[in-house]
Design a protein. Structure first.
Length: 378
């Protein structure tokens, strides 16, 4: 395991510190799709330390005992030995690096996986060139993470070959009724029907985690690829971004009788570039927002839709509420939490920032207040 040698110089840390004290505001930059409203510019308040090569996807772990010790995870998407999973503090500084991963692509966090006689919070990353998952236990105090994958038992897409067997996107789902934890995965390439696969994560009998296939599902336009996946645990839905075609919605529970039925297909217009990172701001039991990235060079934009759908139709997400920019370059992955955190009282959004090789942290209240309409917060 290597650590700070992978990451930022002192000059970059100074730049991150300056960003951390910058005022949060917005500016008019262009017109925002079907909303007809100007695109607001939301300023990040923290920039993380750099990764050496290629940041890709973030995930947020909320320390519910001590929120100040929450973590932001990010991937450095390279071949081994440079490929790495990195944990940052809310100040953007590196807390831990786990290197030696072979093309770690996307990452997600879930709470309360039962392993042996205990439950643990986990962070899971797709290791694309090894065609498997890597599962890590997060220390309850937020001090770090350690691998608990079962050797040889976390391989995925075993019925496929080539890039169709290479896992890329991941969204974790914890089923409320029984606490079962699932990983929903997208490969680098796949068929028009049945692009995604879903696996149940559980103890292999030795205190390590294995992955067991449970279903194949999901439509694909055939344009670009599918990478970004977001799961709404509370409402039981999975959303994924079809790069050239829109956002798809399905039930996340594989045991539902209608689990294979597509519930919604939206976000089909108003994008200029690829639909990439997707995340959910869960305001309360039913309301909130779905945010999807329009991957533009130098200043990616973010499209916001209602989590609860339209009145009388929870699967009608076609209304584009607003578009905003965060000055992030060619953004791939994003993540959002509505949990209050130090410095982020109404929640936190994290966006990958390509050319500067880091991740940017935004206050959700700045997002909510920027432009029109103003969004409700927790």
């Amino acid at each position: 395991m290597s650590r700070s040698s992978l990451f930022a110089s002192a000059s970059f840390r100074l730049a991150a510190a300056l960003l951390a004290v910058a005022a949060v505001g917005f500016a008019i930059v262009t017109l925002g799709g079907r909303t007809g409203e100007p695109v607001a510019l939301v300023t990040p308040v923290v920039a993380t330390a750099q990764v050496t090569d290629d940041p890709d996807d973030p995930a947020i772990w909320v320390n519910r005992t001590d929120p100040a010790h929450s973590l932001v995870f990010g991937t450095n998407k390279m071949k081994a030995p440079t490929g790495a999973l990195v944990a940052f503090g809310l100040d953007g500084a590196v807390r831990q690096v786990f290197s030696g991963l072979d093309r770690p692509n996307n990452v997600d966090v879930e709470y309360g996986l039962r392993v042996g006689s205990e439950t643990t919070d986990i962070v899971v990353v797709t290791e694309r060139f090894e065609k498997r998952l890597r599962v890590f236990r997060i220390a309850p105090d937020g001090s770090g993470f350690a691998e608990i994958s079962s050797p040889g038992r976390v391989g995925v897409f075993k019925d496929r070959a080539g890039e169709e067997a290479a896992p890329m996107g991941i969204g974790l789902y914890r089923r409320p009724r029984d606490g079962a934890v699932f990983a929903i995965l997208s490969p680098k390439a796949g068929p028009r029907v049945g692009y995604l696969q879903q696996y149940r994560l559980g103890d292999d009998g030795t205190g390590r985690v294995q992955a067991t296939w449970v279903r194949t599902f999901g439509q694909f336009s055939g344009v670009g690829e599918i990478e970004a996946i977001a799961v709404d645990d509370e409402l039981g839905y999975v959303y994924y971004a079809d790069e050239g075609d829109g956002i798809h919605k399905y039930h996340a529970d594989p045991d539902r009788p209608d689990a294979v039925r597509e519930l919604a297909h939206f976000g089909r217009t108003s994008f200029t570039a690829d639909r990439e990172g997707i995340a959910i701001y869960a305001r309360d039991g039913t309301t909130g927002y779905i945010v999807c990235t329009d991957q533009l060079d130098r200043s990616s934009q973010f499209h916001v839709y209602r989590r609860e759908g339209a009145p009388g139709n929870p699967h009608d997400h076609t209304e584009l509420l607003k578009v905003f920019s965060g000055s992030s370059d060619a953004t791939d992955g994003i993540e959002i939490t509505a949990e209050p955190l130090p410095g982020f009282p109404r929640g936190l959004m994290v966006a990958m920032n390509s050319a500067p090789k880091n991740f940017l942290l935004y206050r959700w209240d700045a997002v909510a207040e920027a432009g029109r309409p103003a969004l409700r917060v927790r």
